[in-house]
Design a protein around this ligand. Structure first.
Ligand code: DCM
Length: 153
């Protein structure tokens, strides 16, 4: 019985490791247009649902950050973007994922919330007035940098 338990534990630990050998990187897009930045309201998981984030998602194996950013924005917002400079510092999540924010320049289409609850264009003043409880924790540190980007735009 002890051996059985050890076998089961070992196999499930290996299974978990083998099913997720994807990169740990997550990319997020700061799409700026007309002095406003686009934030999207997460639909899931439950603890993040309803909170604002820079839209984006996980980088796939063999994919550049720029390619992942373009793919995620196509999937989530139905628009074409080109990745630009980084925004702020990368943020490490408790689960080990590392988030990277980039400027994203609209090259085609009009963003629509296809997978989010909602989306909204924010001015720097509106960002400064946002309740941080309504922002995804990992994205909170980027708010000052986003304000600088908007003030310069
Ligand atoms: N994530 C985040 N902030 C973002 C984008 C993503 O904190 N702007 C986190 C949420 C998930 C992970 O990254 O833990 C993967 O994102 P998604 O579920 O959107 O693919």
């Amino acid at each position: 019985f002890v051996t059985m338990g050890w076998l089961i534990a070992t196999r499930s630990a290996r299974g978990a490791a083998e099913t997720d050998d994807r990169p740990k990187d997550v990319v997020a897009a700061a799409i700026v247009d007309g002095g406003r930045v686009l934030l999207a309201q997460r639909a899931h998981p439950a603890d993040l649902a309803g909170k604002w984030e820079l839209p984006g998602g996980r980088v796939e194996s063999g994919e550049t950050h720029a390619a992942a950013l373009a793919r995620e924005i196509r999937e989530e917002l139905g628009a074409e973007v080109e990745a630009g400079d980084g925004v702020g510092k990368p943020v490490t999540l408790p689960n080990g994922l590392v988030l990277h924010a980039y400027r994203a320049h609209l090259r085609g289409g009009t963003p629509v919330a296809l997978e989010h609850l909602d989306m909204q264009w924010f001015t720097a003043d509106e960002l400064r007035r946002l309740d941080l409880d309504d922002v995804v924790p990992a994205d909170r540190d980027w708010i000052p940098e986003l304000c600088v980007v908007l003030d310069e735009a």
